[in-house]
Design a protein around this ligand. Structure first.
Ligand SMILES: [Zn+2]
Ligand SMILES: [Zn+2]
Length: 399
């Protein structure tokens, strides 16, 4: 009993930690403001509860809020599902087809990726969403997408209430002249007069809530379209990127290979049913996946391994010409370096003059690469970020 209590307490603590982040705080704040204002506006100034329409309207507003919060918390607390620690392919000879995660100390299951924020390998990882402060992946893909659908729908209903409230309340107070529009907020000129007057602060609050609701409708609606594409193609954002790189690689080496993405079942309905099921639990176990004809379990992971090897071949060697303390924003390396520092949360490590770096990917002022820790042993490298200043290597930062 004691152990159970401590487990429950521990879980609550984890959930609390997940909530205490700018993403969930802002998201829940927007939901609270829009739904509360919509209910207040509707009942007090637009559609009273003693009418049938008003009651139905109010119940619908509550319904949106409950369904939005239900899917939001499900996406957040159920989470994407992690690859079990110590996981490896059933047949030991298949280990050579999958990547190994040094952090989790286990093999990466097909479609899984290591998330630095979650610090675990995430099943069918799409992206780490700051708004739910969790990854979007195998287990929470449906609830996450439902949230993205319901939030704009609820916001559209709320926007309608805000506009109608402001219109009906202001219409009584507006006088139109030949070249001017005057608003008299002191009292309504005509009936009906609400019990609580619709004052300037109520008008300002409704206008603010309308802005929030419209902004949310557009922003979240776009995210919904993106996620629907991911689901209907059965191809996560990361996998789209891998597919692009596969085409690049084949074109570069002119190997004549044809890369077929293995998880798209060829039918949007079949892809949809893999994520959305009546039980709410997605199809499969998140580790083994149904693949289309001509592909097998490791089609994608083998392609990933090829890309990794290719990255090593195509990398360029650099040597650090200055020491670097590992500070996030280097202030002692000149103004230009300071202002071209990438805005990432990625941690950086210190470097000494003369350190050898293997750069694999270049941005305008920065390069991603590996630091060669010991030239005699292969594989003991760390991923790095490099600042380049007019082709002179200045600083190397770790990712
Ligand atoms: Zn991992
Ligand atoms: Zn994550």
């Amino acid at each position: 009993m004691g152990a159970l209590c401590s487990v429950i307490r521990f879980e609550n603590l984890q959930e609390l930690k997940r909530l205490c982040h700018w993403g969930p705080i802002i998201a829940l704040g927007v939901i609270a403001i829009c739904s509360t204002m919509a209910m207040i506006d509707a009942v007090m100034w637009y559609w009273p509860l003693d009418t049938t329409g008003g009651s139905v309207n109010f119940i619908m507003l509550i319904n949106w809020t409950v369904m939005i919060l239900y899917n939001y918390f499900n996406a957040m607390f159920i989470g994407p599902g992690y690859v079990p620690l110590g996981w490896k392919p059933e047949k030991s000879q298949d280990c050579m087809y999958v990547q190994y995660c040094k952090v989790c100390q286990s093999y990466k299951a097909p479609r899984s990726h290591h998330c630095r924020k979650c610090n675990r390998c995430v099943m069918k990882m799409d992206h780490h969403c700051p708004w739910i402060n969790n990854c979007c992946g195998y287990q929470n893909h449906a609830s996450f997408t439902l949230f993205l659908l319901l939030a704009p729908l609820g916001c559209i209903h709320a926007s309608f209430i805000f506009v109608m409230t402001m219109y009906t309340q202001l219409y009584n107070r507006i006088s139109f002249g030949w070249s001017s529009v005057k608003i008299d907020m002191s009292a309504a000129k005509r009936d009906p007069l609400p019990i609580i007057p619709f004052g300037l602060s109520a008008f300002a609050a409704s206008l603010f809530a309308l802005g929030l609701a419209l902004g949310t409708t557009i922003a979240v609606g776009m995210l919904f379209i993106i996620q629907m594409k991911v689901i209907l193609r059965n191809k996560t954002s990361i996998e789209s990127w891998i597919e692009d790189k596969a085409k690049d690689r084949i074109q570069y080496y002119k190997t004549g290979e044809i890369f077929i993405f293995p998880y798209d079942m060829g039918s949007k309905w079949k892809n949809f049913k893999q994520v959305f099921t009546w039980s709410g639990i997605p199809e499969g176990d998140g580790l083994e996946w149904r693949v289309r004809e001509g592909c097998h379990q490791y089609t994608l992971t083998i392609e990933q391994l090829k890309q990794k090897a290719d990255k090593r071949v195509r990398s360029v060697r650099y040597r650090a010409v200055e020491d670097y303390s590992g500070a996030c924003c280097p202030v002692t390396k000149g103004v230009k370096t300071f202002f071209t520092t990438p805005c990432t949360e990625e941690p950086r490590i210190a470097l000494c003059k003369g350190d050898l770096i293997l750069a694999t990917r270049g941005l305008k002022h920065w390069m991603y690469g590996d630091k060669v820790l010991d030239s005699t042993t292969d594989g003991t490298k760390q991923l790095l970020l490099i600042i380049l200043q007019e082709a002179n290597l200045v600083i190397v930062l770790a990712v």
